[in-house]
Design a protein around this ligand. Structure first.
Ligand SMILES: Cc1cc2nc3c(=O)[nH]c(=O)nc-3n(C[C@H](O)[C@H](O)[C@H](O)COP(=O)(O)OP(=O)(O)OC[C@H]3O[C@@H](n4cnc5c(N)ncnc54)[C@H](O)[C@@H]3O)c2cc1C
Length: 385
């Protein structure tokens, strides 16, 4: 399929593929097994200027958009999505700053993020606020010189490894989501510590951790945007970042498709390669078609985000939901047609099937996002009546 990528986009994509094959492929199984954060790979990605891609040029970035980020995430995920999400979470952690931060905040933080010297994280979820993110309880009370944070964030990607955290907390606790604000919190701030490190089904080399705030004083100048705008900024952020989860799912599905073709070509049963069996061919053809459809939707959603369109809730949710469902189906079918080998850790497919699952859950579960798509459909129809 021709996606009319620019020469620059093709270069970024092929560089990401090279890093994935040369650096990630040899260590992915070991990092997964040991649940070890991929610091050496983060350094390789930094050396290749990959963190600069999503940062504007005036802050030492390369000024790429959603599509460029998706191309990198797709290629890294084709080999290991635990590593791609550790990379991509750093964009999630600074998008709010890029969109709504002051010039001084951007000058202070973005160059170090662009160089890969500092990773970031985005913290919204809490033990009692998952899909119902508006139910957060972490407070940021105004005090002399800033805000005092109290509360616990749960399941935060890059937790413990990142240096800079965008934290959504209530500056006006009686107002619920409308009283939420976004604050930049540095790792070594007194009163900020890390709790439980989660042990997971998949993306095991990524860090998913609790953030604990106990009377943590954050300077006033670390407020991003206006007080009370935190929840809206978070929702807008997800509208722009969800094609990236779609790209993560797409990469896993592509990797599984390739592994399944390779295996069924060389596995001989009943005197012929498995790939000669019509039933296997049917499954592979469906897998390939679904992967290509996911790619078309993810790239189109990313381009819509990059066009500056005001509202992209529906497009980005569709890309994330479709690609993640494809990733789950394709990885499961890939394991099936590779039989026992697909199920064993000697082959990559069991990891890919475990890794695919999270893409249906985070950044809005697929159930919640289907609901959001339906709401948009209804609104649009109502406008034409
Ligand atoms: C590995 C991992 C990394 C994560 N990283 C981050 C991060 O970096 N930052 C961050 O802030 N959060 C992060 N999260 C949190 C993630 O976004 C939430 O887990 C997700 O939004 C779902 O919330 P929940 O787990 O509380 O599930 P729940 O909200 O308890 O939902 C459980 C089930 O109920 C369904 N459900 C709930 N409400 C509805 C509804 N209204 N309609 C239909 N179905 C519904 C859901 O679809 C789901 O199937 C991460 C989670 C994981 C597992």
């Amino acid at each position: 399929m021709e996606y009319f990528l620019t020469e620059e986009q093709k270069t970024i994509k092929s560089l990401a593929r090279r890093i994935a094959e040369e650096k990630i492929l040899p260590v992915r199984a070991e990092l997964d097994e040991k649940e070890e954060f991929p610091w050496a790979i983060m350094k390789d990605l930094a050396d290749a200027d990959m963190f600069r891609v999503f940062i504007p040029e005036e802050y030492e970035g390369l000024g790429g958009g959603c599509l460029e980020l998706c191309l990198i995430v797709e290629e890294l995920s084709r080999v290991c999505s635990a590593i791609s999400v550790s990379y991509a979470a750093s964009s999630l952690g600074c998008f709010t700053l890029m969109g709504y931060g002051t010039e001084a905040q951007k000058q202070k933080y973005l160059p170090d993020i662009a160089s890969g010297k500092k990773l970031t994280a985005f913290a919204l979820t809490e033990p009692t606020a998952g899909s119902d993110a508006g139910a957060i309880k972490t407070t940021a009370e105004r005090a002399e010189g800033g805000y005092v944070l109290n509360g616990t964030k749960q399941y935060i990607t890059n937790g413990g490894e990142a240096e800079i955290y965008t934290v959504i907390a209530l500056t006006e606790k009686t107002k619920g989501a409308r009283g939420a604000s976004a604050l930049l919190v540095e790792k070594d701030t007194p009163g900020f510590s890390f709790g439980k490190k989660e042990r997971k089904m998949g993306i095991r080399a990524s860090s998913t951790r609790e953030l604990i705030f106990r009377n943590c004083l954050v300077p006033e100048e670390n407020l991003i945007g206006k007080e009370g705008a935190g929840f809206i900024m978070a929702m807008k952020l997800f509208d722009k970042s969800r094609p990236g989860i779609g790209a993560q799912a797409l990469g896993v599905a592509q990797g599984a498709l390739e592994a399944a073709v390779d295996y069924t070509r060389q596995r001989i049963q009943f005197g012929q390669p498995l790939i000669s069996l019509p039933v296997v061919q049917d499954i592979l053809a469906d897998m390939a078609t679904q992967v290509e459809a996911a790619r078309a939707l993810v790239y189109a959603a990313a381009r819509t985000v990059d066009s500056g369109a005001k509202k992209v809730t529906e497009e980005s949710a569709m890309a994330k939901v479709f690609a993640s469902d494809v990733a789950m189906k394709v990885t499961t079918d890939a394991v099936q047609i590779c039989g026992g080998a697909g199920y064993m850790k000697d082959y990559p497919l069991e990891k890919m099937m475990r890794d695919a699952k999270i893409t249906q859950i985070y950044e809005g579960s697929n159930q919640v996002l289907r609901n959001a798509i339906a709401i948009e459909l209804r609104k649009r129809r109502a406008k034409t009546e």
